[in-house]
Ligand binder design. Structure first.
Ligand code: IMP
Ligand code: MG
Length: 182
């Protein structure tokens, strides 16, 4: 089958369509609206990867809420995590006593979300939950629940809808996966 996209000689095929993503984002938001009814959560997006998911999700949120962003880097330009997380931009909000909902694009090894949780918990939030669009469940090592998951996916490299390949292709509307090698 012909690949849908070729980047740096790597071939990618469509994995999750715009419509599939859109439908799932609405379902996740409906659960969040229900669970945070009467509360004023702070949604914290992890840059850069979550920016498109975050923007779509937040527009489906109907409870009073605040937003903030944190920037982490772990991948550099590679397809495999370096295992090292760097804090590139800290939070600007007061976390103490607040209901925190971290918004991730994908939980892969779990290193980033683990780092993020430790950072937030130091500030004594009232609660801490995670919403991720994608979860590579078979490789993710976390000792706390990932509360809201859009799609559980195999441990494959995916791009688009915020997810990059060497910083590019974040602007693709759908999500693509590396095509199997022939
Ligand atoms: P983790 O620390 O290994 O869980 O990886 C977390 C971060 O790495 C994610 O928030 C993404 O930004 C990036 N990442 C993980 N898997 C992929 C992928 O398949 N494509 C693009 N970026 C990824
Ligand atoms: Mg990310």
């Amino acid at each position: 089958m012909a690949p849908d996209i070729t980047i740096n000689n790597d071939q990618f095929t469509l994995y999750l369509s715009e419509q599939q993503i859109h439908d799932r984002v609405k379902e996740l938001a409906a659960r969040l609206n229900n669970d945070y009814h009467g509360k004023v959560p702070i949604f914290i997006g992890i840059l850069n990867g979550s920016f498109i998911f975050f923007a779509d999700l937040i527009r489906e949120i109907t409870v009073d809420c605040e937003v903030d962003f944190l920037k982490l880097s772990s991948y550099g330009d590679a397809k495999i995590s370096s295992g090292q997380v760097h804090l590139l931009k800290d939070l600007n909000c007061q976390v103490e006593g607040r209901d925190i909902v971290v918004v991730e694009d994908v939980v892969d090894s779990g290193i980033s979300i683990d780092f993020m949780k430790k950072l937030v918990m130091k500030e004594n939030p009232a609660s801490f939950r995670v919403v991720t669009l994608l979860l590579k469940k078979s490789v993710a090592k976390v000792d706390f629940p990932i509360d809201y998951v859009g799609f559980e996916i195999p441990p494959e490299f995916v791009i688009g809808y915020g997810l990059d390949y060497a910083q590019k292709v974040r602007n693709l509307k759908s999500i693509y996966r590396l095509a199997p090698q022939e």
